[in-house]
Design a protein around this ligand. Structure first.
Ligand code: F6P
Length: 533
């Protein structure tokens, strides 16, 4: 691939000039006043997802230069290499083929393997869903990171399609406060445990699985082979644990890209194989869009490039996600792993330190809860934080009055962030709750909003399995885009290793009879001593 590092491209230099001349001071209110077509110019329809990108601090030239940046940094070649199964995860020598997991039969690499597992997984899920025969009323997914966040996000999002007689539980944390209240609700004969772990070695998951197995036996459970199943690439370790039913996947599926694989078993049980297939079909439609749409009309590409513009030129360090659909309550947590584990990197593909920022902090809560917590800071704080609103046109509940209120709030927040309120406008208003002893101008200054705060609004027609699949795939490819422009490996996660190794060293010191702080830094030794006192 004949790609240049982003900061060595012609487009990067042009973007720097453009930022100084126009970008930094672009005022959204003026931009809309100047161009009545601005909404249309920055509207994009991708499969299942409509995006309004017009309330962002960019103009047509910014977008053109960003697309040139994508071309100069070899985004298209890198994308094609991913779909072709080249080992683009260079530090682990692996292909990156989560797109193959959702391709129709015969249309992607490894199709026979993928559909072989899917067929078995669907048969199994349907058998569990036949609660009259299976007797299963509770399903517990034990996994962490990518083996937890995907199913844990999708299951509530598709609650409208969920099996009414099966309760889904998720246990991830090695802290026993996670599994203990879950076990309290269960009876062995009615429970299926899914041990989801790509490696089947992750400390948290193995520890919780062992607790679950012991609980099962202690409560008189008789058939571990029937009540524990595995979703893993490590079939040998699963067998050693006592699991006979395993659904495999492959090293070319990254943990945070694995909900489409056997790791999605909890989803397939919750919503059924037909709905799971629709989830895959939605993701596949977005894959085709990402692969085929010109960069100018390519939604994941546009979003990824906007992230680069904000991170490296505006120097915004975070992005807030505000889904106005309670079903998407775990989406911000899911996106944290997807984006920050993928793009939280400090060296280029060839190991050189990078002089520019990479992954922003991604965070958020569902609207309207976030409004009553941290939106104050988004509106009047000193940092500019781009916000991503997600609105769904048709609800999956009958309370249309509530739905209208949720949508009104969603639109109002992006409007308020952009429009702001001048001190003059605040002065002209009555402020009945303001202190009478403070000067009017002082009160007005407290009550004014700078505005010009950027946001994107994503619209779905309905939160169907297909739409959700497309939305998640859109995020995956957006992360791919910014990672490709930054020239980093978005598919490894060495940053989690050091803490794991140090915990391995500390664990015996915590369980030993004597305090042993030898060789530790003074802070860790002091904390250890207090914990053991
Ligand atoms: O947090 C590191 C990580 O390797 C993630 O990438 C992964 O999703 C998670 O741990 C769980 O790993 P496993 O599925 O192997 O248990």
């Amino acid at each position: 691939m004949n790609a240049k590092r982003c900061d060595a491209t012609v487009a990067w230099a042009a973007l720097q000039g453009h930022y100084q001349a126009h970008g930094r001071d672009l005022d959204l209110r003026e931009a809309f006043a100047r161009d009545p077509q601005r909404f249309n110019a920055f509207a994009l329809q991708a499969p299942e997802v409509f995006a309004d990108l017009s309330k962002n601090r960019w103009d047509l030239l910014t977008r053109k230069l960003l697309i040139e940046l994508a071309r100069e940094t070899g985004l298209e070649a890198r994308r094609d290499a991913m779909f072709a199964g080249e080992p683009i995860n260079t530090t682990e020598g692996r292909a990156v083929l989560h797109t193959a997991l959702r391709a129709p039969r015969g249309q992607a690499l490894f199709s026979d393997e993928v559909h072989g597992v899917l067929d078995r997984l669907f048969d199994f899920a349907e058998a569990v869903r036949d609660t009259g025969s299976s007797g299963i009323r509770h399903v517990v997914n034990i996994g962490i990171g990518g083996s937890d966040l995907g199913p844990q996000m999708v299951v509530p999002a598709l609650d409208a399609y969920a099996h009414p007689g099966i309760t889904m539980h998720f246990v991830s944390n090695v802290d026993g406060h996670d599994i203990t209240p879950v076990l309290r609700k269960l009876k062995p004969a009615q429970t299926l445990f899914i041990i989801a772990s790509k490696t089947f070695t992750t400390q948290e998951t193995m520890a919780n699985a062992a607790v679950a197995r012991q609980w099962f036996l202690d409560q008189g459970g008789t058939d571990i082979g029937r009540h524990f199943v595995g979703a893993t690439t490590n079939l040998t370790a699963a067998a050693e644990f006592g699991i006979h039913t395993t659904f495999g996947f492959w090293d070319w599926v990254g943990g945070r890209y694995s909900l489409w694989s056997a790791v999605g078993l909890a989803i397939a049980i919750a919503v059924g194989s037909e709905r799971f297939s629709e989830l895959l079909a939605g993701a596949h439609a977005m894959d085709r869009h990402f692969a085929d749409a010109p960069l100018e009309a390519n939604l994941p590409v546009q979003l990824g490039l906007l992230d680069v513009w904000y991170r490296n030129f505006h120097h915004f360090t975070s992005r807030s996600v505000a889904p106005y659909h309670q079903g998407l309550k775990r989406l911000p947590a899911y996106l944290q792993q997807l984006e920050m584990e993928s793009n939280g990197k400090q060296v280029s593909l060839d190991g050189q330190s990078l002089p520019y920022g990479t992954s922003p902090v991604v965070w958020g809560e569902p609207g309207t809860n976030g409004q009553h917590a941290y939106f104050q800071m988004l509106h009047q704080g000193t940092e500019v934080i781009p916000v991503e609103f997600i609105a769904v046109k048709h609800p999956s509940h009958p309370h249309l009055d509530l739905h209208a209120k949720a949508l009104a709030n969603c639109l109002a927040q992006s409007q308020a962030l952009m429009l702001g309120k001048t001190t003059e406008a605040a002065l002209a208003e009555r402020a009945p709750t303001a202190s009478a002893t403070l000067g009017k101008l002082t009160v007005a200054r407290h009550r004014s909003f700078p505005g010009n705060r950027p946001s994107t609004t994503l619209l779905l027609d309905k939160l169907t399995p297909r739409a959700l699949g497309a939305l998640i795939a859109m995020y995956e490819h957006r992360v791919f885009t910014s990672g490709a422009v930054w020239g980093i490996n978005s598919f490894d996660q060495w940053g989690v290793e050091l803490g794991k190794a140090l915990a391995g060293n500390l664990l015996p010191r915590l369980t030993a009879a004597e305090v042993d702080g030898s060789g530790l830094d003074a802070s860790t030794a002091g904390l250890l001593a207090r914990l053991k006192a």
